[in-house]
Design a protein around this ligand. Structure first.
Ligand code: DHB
Ligand code: FE
Length: 282
């Protein structure tokens, strides 16, 4: 029998760019940042034990690799490597991100034949949406310890995909991974959120009650979340709170019955409520 790849765990995390800057500039022990980084100590130990071969990292590009010229709803990175992007202050001094072209192409083929319109990307720089989660998981290594498949979702320009479509894409990704003919330990990571709004009269909005309910349902009853309309995310979690829809892709890729291993919630980091959750895929 051929051994197959397996999604062994899923996790959600915010991707606040100021977290990356705090780490890169040596400020992670400042009183403001220390509690944020302490919230990821468990995760760093846990993931070092898991030794994933590949992380499928669901994130959004913040008008960095893409612009208003081209706006793919879903885009999968199939390249050998992805350079950290210059977002205006020079690229973050973090390692290049190595992809897994064979698995990425397999996921592209499987999901497209399952009728998801996935854009295939063979060259792309990756912004804080992808590199900040890697820093939170792995700290500051010389090289990232595993391969990473970037999967970018449009949550910047209306209309983003529905929650239901995100959840179903997760299921299609799981089917793709489980039919890949190589024994690989795969972890899927959904990023963005939690509640935050970066502009306008409501800038700085945080809604702990909504965030907590979202995490509770994501864990125990994700189907109750999939029909939540975009306008509810935006009203309750702020204009950038819509990023949370990407966590549904991660959750859809897991079994219905999972074990919640860890949860962390902290306000504030920059303008954002930081949320983090780990699910073991049992
Ligand atoms: C902030 C958070 C984000 O998720 C992001 O993409 C950009 C900025 C912030 O809180 O500053
Ligand atoms: Fe963001």
């Amino acid at each position: 029998m051929i051994n197959k790849a397996k999604i062994t765990a899923g996790l959600g995390t915010s991707h606040v760019p100021a977290i990356g800057a705090a780490l890169d500039n040596g400020n992670s022990n400042d009183p403001y940042w220390k509690p944020v980084f302490e919230g990821y100590e468990f995760t760093k130990k846990w993931i070092a034990e898991q030794k994933p071969d590949v992380i499928i990292l669901i994130y959004n590009d913040h008008a960095t690799a893409f612009s208003l010229d081209i706006i793919p709803t879903f885009a999968i990175g199939c390249a050998e490597y992805f350079q950290p992007a210059d977002e205006g202050w020079g690229p973050r001094q973090v390692p290049v991100v190595n992809g897994h072209p064979r698995l990425a192409w397999h996921i592209a083929q499987s999901t497209i034949l399952d009728e998801f319109d996935m854009t295939i990307v063979n060259k792309m720089d990756v912004d804080h949406g992808l590199t900040v989660p890697l820093s939170l998981l792995f700290g500051q290594p010389e090289l990232w310890p595993c391969k990473v498949i970037p999967l970018a979702v449009n949550v910047v320009q209306y209309p983003p995909p529905t929650g239901n479509r995100c959840y179903n894409l997760g299921k299609a990704i799981r089917k793709a991974v489980e039919s890949f003919d190589e024994e690989l330990n795969v972890i899927i990571c959904g990023t963005g959120g939690m509640s935050h709004q970066l502009q306008g009269p409501r800038a700085g909005l945080i809604n702990k009650e909504f965030d907590t309910k979202f995490l509770d349902l994501l864990s125990a009853n994700p189907k109750a979340l999939v029909d939540m309309p975009h306008v509810e995310y935006i009203r309750e979690a702020g204009s950038e709170g819509i990023e949370m829809i990407m966590w549904l892709i991660m959750r859809g890729a897991l079994k219905e019955e999972i074990t919640e291993l860890y949860r962390f919630y902290h306000v504030p980091a920059s303008n954002t409520a930081v949320g983090h959750i780990i699910f073991k895929n049992e």
